[in-house]
Write a protein that binds this ligand. Sequence first.
Ligand SMILES: [Ca+2]
Length: 500
Amino acid sequence: MAELKRRSVLALGAAGLAWPALGQTPAGRGAANVLFICVDDLNEWVGCLDTQPATRTPNIDRLAAAGTLFRNAYTPVPACKPAREAVLRGLLPMRTGVYVNEDAVPGWLRARTSLPRLFRRAGYRSLGGGKMFHGQFHYAGLNTLGRRSAPWEEDYAQEEDWDEFHHFDYECLPSPWPAAGIGRRAYDWGEAPAGHPTPDEGLADWAAGLLRRPSDRPFFLAVGFYKPHIPWYAPKAFIDLIDDDAIGMPDNPPEAMKRLYPAYDSSIYRDPIEKKGLTRAAIKGYLAAIAFADHQIGRVVDALHAGPHAGNTHVILWSDNGHHLGEKRQWGKQTLWEQSTHVPLIIAPAGGAAGQRCDQCVSTIDLMRTVCGLANVAAPADVDGRDLAPLLHAPETPWRYPAISVKGPGSVSLRYGPYRYTRYATGAEELYDHRDDRKEWNNRAESAAYAPVVRQFDALFPKHFAESATGPLMMRLRRKIGSYTDWLDTALSFSDPCDS
Ligand SMILES: [Ca+2]
């Protein structure tokens, strides 16, 4: 295996530093394929970003070594559904009104287009599997039904996006369940039951099978891994990979915590984890889920390198949002701080340079223009984001665009150079200087020395915010009755595949 991995990296590197002339590749026979890998809730804890000593991501690191690693990439929204809607349709939430998971995707937005649809219309085979737009496993209420698996519910599926789309419908649960002892059904961690393939294993099998076979047309293959989203169930071998003593623990200086703007509340998870002394155990659970996802990613990348599409496939890996594991006493995403907005982003174009690192602040909203640009597929003229091609050619290229992360109407964070500037809808402001404050403890928004910086960010701050796509009343109703009752109908009708 090690030999194969080494050869794969060399093969990509030896493919040459000559860059294909962008915009000159015919979208027909012989055009490069696209392997578009999304990893759910993978925060900055990958080895190549050097942020968590106990993380084990050899396969993601290998992919980074074969292309360009964007070390300062940010999500447009720190939550699954709005991030994916933004990235896959190329529109920021203040234009669509999709800010939170509870927001519905408006009809006009669904009708507009999407990244897979653009490729499909350009003549590519559009293939998708796993979690791509959105969806969830339904853990709530399972104990009352005696089920041993959680069914998957796709938020919606659009036929025009895909030639083929594959769901991996059941996640088998550990026994006893919940496993971690904090009394939460989904915010849980532990050993995945042996003998039942996990959805991510099924996904990797499917994608690897496709990559080993010839294709009569170029393809756009979207592979959406479910882990390390909660619950953090992983086979024992991956739990055993994580060295407890090496885990980098959250560092919450009491004085700095007192000064922190109280923008968020994750106490429903925080209190049981921290009061029971389970911080290290929870982090280990997340790291095991990362190591497991990384292994599945490696199986897909190995299949690419061993198959007929090696050397003729652009590979992109991104995560939809980050995740706090106790930093600032947050346990989850949905904040505008670094741990929730910073995401891994790797782009390894066919024939592109290997081993590049780019430190400019970029956003995954840039993916639509960038991936379309790599493949000479036309993107709509009005999409947000920028083609990162200049940075793939020369990572040091000056890049004068802030990366924007949006939490809701009026609450936005901008990352540019060493700075993070955040303003909340309440008017509260934060300015952090990463040169001496990467963990964002020292708010300089009120500091006279930083006033010119604040003024510049103020001028860049978005002026217009679309109303929430669902509206406050519907949001309340959906939270109360929507997805839960949908799930109940589904759950009562299936025969449990994990009940053995
Ligand atoms: Ca996510």
